[in-house]
Design a protein around this ligand. Structure first.
Ligand SMILES: Nc1ncnc2c1ncn2[C@@H]1O[C@H](COP(=O)(O)OP(=O)(O)OP(=O)(O)O)[C@@H](O)[C@H]1O
Ligand SMILES: [Mg+2]
Length: 248
C-alpha cells in the first residue's frame, strides 16, 4: 500500500523561547496541515500566533522542535533564501509595500534575484495583478491605492514565485468589513485556482469561518480545534474579479 502523502506543513513539539523576556511564545506546538487545506489560526493577543507563522516562514528559528514542509525538515534545507522566496508566500496585516514603487514594481521586486528577467517579471506581475482584480491599477503607487487594493497587491506579490503555501498574518486586520470580505473572496478563488495550502491568522471570527478548519492558540499552545462554524454563519465570499486584459 502507498504511504499517505506528507502534510504540507507539520510541526513537531515546536518551541520558541525568548530568553530575555522568559516568554515561551510557542510552547510545544504539534500541528499538521494537509496539502490544499485552509486553516485559520486564532487566539488572544500575545498567544504566539505571529511567532509560529514566523517560524514556519523561516524568518525566525525555533528553540527546539521540528518543522517539516511536504515531509522535508527545514533543517535539511541548505538555502533558506530559496525556501523563503519560493516555498512560502507571506502576507502581513500592514502590506509592507514600498511607497515609491508602483503596484507592478512592488510585485516584480519579489522576483529580483530569482533568475527571472525584467521583461518576464513585468509580464508575470501584470498577470498576477490582473488575477487579483487590479489590471487597471498597475501604475499606481501604494499611497494612491485603497487599503483593500494594497492588500491585493501584497497578495499578488506573495504569489509571485508560485509558492504552494501561503502564510497570512491578519491580512484583513486593517481593512473595513467590505474590503475584508472582498479580500477573503480573493483568498477563496486563488486557493481554488492554485491548489494552495493556507494558514491565516485572524482575530475576526467571520474571516476564520472562511477556512476549512480553525486552530486556537493560548499561551503558546494549541488549545483545541473545531470544524469551522456552520455554513449559516459563514461569510459569503464575493466572486473573484474577472481577469481583465493586461495593458501597458
Ligand atoms: N522579539 C521578542 N522578544 C521578546 N518577546 C517577544 C518577542 N516577540 C514576541 N514576544 C512575546 O511572545 C509572545 C507571543 O507574541 P506574538 O507576537 O507571537 O503574539 P500574537 O499571538 O501574534 O499576538 P497578536 O494577536 O497581538 O498579534 C508575547 O508574549 C510577546 O510579548
Ligand atoms: Mg501577531
Amino acid at each position: 500500500m502507498n504511504n499517505p502523502p506528507a502534510p504540507a506543513i507539520e510541526t513537531r513539539n515546536l518551541t520558541r523561547t525568548y530568553e530575555d523576556s522568559h516568554v515561551r511564545a510557542v510552547d510545544g506546538v504539534s500541528l499538521q496541515i494537509a496539502a490544499g487545506e485552509w486553516v485559520a489560526l486564532t487566539g488572544p493577543s500575545g498567544s504566539g500566533k505571529s511567532t509560529l507563522l514566523h517560524l514556519l516562514a523561516a524568518l525566525d528559528e525555533p528553540t527546539s522542535g521540528e518543522i517539516l514542509v511536504n515531509g522535508r525538515n527545514l533543517k535539511a534545507y541548505g538555502n533558506l533564501d530559496h525556501y523563503r522566496s519560493h516555498d512560502v508566500g507571506l502576507v502581513f496585516q500592514l502590506h509592507n509595500l514600498l511607497p515609491n514603487l508602483n503596484a507592478l514594481q512592488n510585485v516584480q521586486i519579489a522576483m529580483v534575484g530569482t533568475g527571472v528577467g525584467r521583461r518576464e517579471s513585468a509580464a508575470r506581475a501584470a498577470e498576477l495583478l490582473a488575477s487579483v482584480g487590479l489590471a487597471a491599477r498597475t501604475k499606481l503607487r501604494p499611497p494612491e491605492l485603497s487599503g483593500g487594493e494594497r492588500q491585493r497587491v501584497a497578495i499578488a506579490r506573495a504569489l509571485a514565485n508560485g509558492p504552494p503555501i501561503l502564510l497570512a498574518d491578519e491580512p484583513t486586520g486593517s481593512l473595513d468589513a467590505a474590503a475584508a470580505e472582498s479580500v477573503m473572496g480573493l483568498f477563496t478563488s486563488i486557493r481554488a485556482q492554485r491548489d494552495l495550502t493556507i494558514l491565516l491568522v485572524t482575530h475576526d471570527p467571520l474571516v476564520a469561518a472562511c477556512a476549512g478548519r480553525i486552530v486556537h492558540m493560548k499561551d503558546g499552545r494549541l488549545v483545541d480545534e473545531s470544524e469551522a462554524v456552520p455554513a449559516a454563519r459563514r461569510l459569503v465570499p464575493r466572486p473573484a474579479p474577472a481577469p481583465s486584459p493586461i495593458h501597458d
